[in-house]
Design a binder for this molecule. Structure first.
Ligand SMILES: [Zn+2]
Length: 330
């Protein structure tokens, strides 16, 4: 986060405000933001903006004299358009980019300051930031297939791998997989041609729709509400809410910092995928389907059933629990 649609709209919104304007200065509130020393940041001062570009998830200011300011927002970096000379907000404020038309301020609402800024000279130096992922919108089916089949991983991992596909992250990969009706843990090496074609179409459709939606919002003002969680999303951030296609409750797989959301009915043939938080709770008794989860929740809501055979394998244990339910009621 921010991903393809958000970064594209940022680039458009900034370009509309600063194209042809000189970058009068950059005020740095955090010493950690600027990660490059040569050329010094002062070299950029006074240079006009020749264009704004998106390089994967990075925002690039193409300046006169072949200079490029490269901004990576990471997870929590956000941009704001203020009046000329506006103060950098305290605590979350990292920098301000000053133009005659206004000040573009950068904030990062996170304890971990991960956003980064580099100044480089020349297209070759700029290309060093390219991690090699194909552009999801312009890639042909052949390029998309080749990128996806380069390595054998789960779809969730491959879609969010910047070396394979540029600018797709946790939020839009959930939306793309839901649109394509594919499981986040499907292995790319096992996908049929038909599935890859479906995924290619879904990737383009989802990114295009969201870029248009966010672009329309940005016509009313600078994009101030950039978030990975939007009410119009189908499954991302919608754990426990009904899938807009089939009404099944959206499920999740919890990772370290975030979670993957999916609809079991639309994407996994009703199968539930291992959720670490949930599976710790359930230990070996991991529900393999929605029906079993419903049973499990029902069983947990009741007084403990008498223990069935402790040596029963997982499937047997589930049966034992199901059979144990009526006993628990008595
Ligand atoms: Zn569904």
């Amino acid at each position: 986060m921010p991903e393809y649609p958000d970064v594209t709209v940022y680039v458009q919104a900034i370009e509309a405000r600063v194209l042809g304007q000189p970058l009068e200065g950059v005020r740095l509130a955090s010493p950690f933001l600027l990660r490059s020393a040569i050329p010094p940041i002062r070299e950029a001062f006074g240079k006009r903006v020749r264009g704004m570009e998106r390089l994967a998830k990075r925002i690039v200011f193409a300046l006169e004299d072949d200079l490029f300011l490269v901004l990576h927002l990471m997870v929590a970096g956000r941009l704001h358009w203020k009046e000329p000379g506006a103060k950098i907000p305290g605590r979350v404020g990292l920098a301000a980019f000053d133009f005659p038309t206004g000040a573009l301020t950068l904030t990062e609402a996170s304890k971990k300051k991960r956003a980064s800024l580099h100044l480089v000279r020349g297209r070759e130096a700029l290309a060093a930031f390219d991690r090699g992922g194909i552009d999801a919108m312009s890639a042909t089916l052949e390029q998309f297939t080749a990128a996806l089949r380069k390595e054998n991983h789960t779809l969730k991992r491959s879609l969010t791998d910047q070396r394979l596909l540029a600018a797709v992250g946790n939020a839009y990969s959930d939306e793309i997989l839901h649109r394509a009706k594919l499981s986040p843990v499907r292995l790319t090496g096992q996908m049929s041609d038909e599935e890859v074609t479906r995924l290619h179409g879904a990737t383009r459709a989802v990114l295009e729709e969201w870029t248009q939606r966010l672009g329309a919002e940005a016509e009313r003002g600078f994009p101030e509400k950039v978030t990975a969680f939007r009410p119009e999303m189908a499954v991302h951030g919608k754990y426990g809410q009904p899938c807009p296609v089939c009404g099944t409750k959206v499920q999740r797989i919890v990772h370290a910092d975030n979670e993957t959301n999916y609809c079991p009915t639309c994407q996994t043939g009703g199968k539930l995928l291992a959720d670490r938080a949930l599976s710790r709770l359930l230990r070996k008794d991991w529900p393999k389907s929605l029906d079993e989860l419903e049973e499990h929740i029902a069983a947990r809501a009741m007084p403990a059933a008498p223990a069935a055979s402790g040596a029963a394998p997982a499937a047997g244990a589930t049966r034992a629990r199901a059979q144990g339910k009526p006993k628990a009621r008595t």
